[in-house]
Design a binder for this molecule. Sequence first.
Ligand SMILES: C[S@@+](CC[C@H](N)C(=O)[O-])C[C@H]1O[C@@H](n2cnc3c(N)ncnc32)[C@H](O)[C@@H]1O
Length: 331
Amino acid sequence: MSTADQRHIPVLGPEAVEMLAPRDGGTYLDATFGAGGYTRLILQTPGTRVLGIDRDSTAIAGGAGLVAEAGGRLTLVESRFSAIADVCVSQGLARIDGIVMDVGVSSMQLDSAARGFSFRFDGPLDMRMGGAGPTAADIVAHAAERDLADVIYIFGEERHSRGVARAIVAARKEQPITTTRQLADIVARVVRSKPGDIHPATRTFQALRILVNEELDELEQALSAAERILAPGGRLAVVSFHSLEDRIVKTFLAERSKTGGGSRHLPEIAQETPSFHLLNRKPVVAAETEIEANPRARSAKLRGAERTAAPAHVPPSSSPWPRLADVLRGG
Ligand SMILES: C[S@@+](CC[C@H](N)C(=O)[O-])C[C@H]1O[C@@H](n2cnc3c(N)ncnc32)[C@H](O)[C@@H]1O
């Protein structure tokens, strides 16, 4: 077992893989390889092949041992999961029987001070899951106060977003904000917390992480790509960790599995047939025993669906979320 395996406890792994129902000879995509916990479970079914994807090069490097153990049944590719369709083409995969996604950050990422995800350690204000692109420090340095407030409100669901944004802009005039500790202290002066509450900087850190990694756009694009590449009868299982992510998964699957109810003003031909059947209406959540062993499991929700033979729907061309490039342009 590698160090990575020891540090990331997969959440809802058996439940997600059971939903995927891997079969001998099937090809599966683990879109969030991480420490390979889900991939290991899929590979337990003899004759399965797995394509593992992660945007974090350290996760891909950490999987080398598992690739060797799997004897040709596992391939790992460093990529964003929004690009799964292209990755399948480049790997020559014509048929995908199941896709599993365990979105968000891994414990290895959260627990590494140098990655800058957590206010629990002092480190550079980075937060990138992959190595490229702007960091959280870039956003905090350049975003306009109004954009910062919107991002912290929308992605962090932080009620005190305006106060936090004001405090960040005032502080950066004094000196650059480059470390997690600096930012956590600035937020803690604005967001008061009572004993037992979550850390006052939790929501602001979540918001910046989501923006830096364009997490919600990534998820929406990956779900659409999954719809395009899954074979009929193929299954999609998604584990999410906060309400914004779960809402995206729930809405996507509800829309794609809707039967009838199309607009009576549209001609019959324009009404789309369901491209998925839901496997569960209520999300699967972790058992108390799993939550006791791994508190991260508390907010996890698993939803799954099976692909029908209907054509994929046309995804909306624009995204409703604040855009990283726009926010960085500042004001
Ligand atoms: C919660 S961990 C997955 C853990 C994994 N299921 C396991 O059992 O070890 C999430 C992983 O997904 C990766 N990830 C998150 N968003 C991604 C994206 N948009 N594209 C590719 N990988 C992503 C992260 O880098 C992280 O390694």
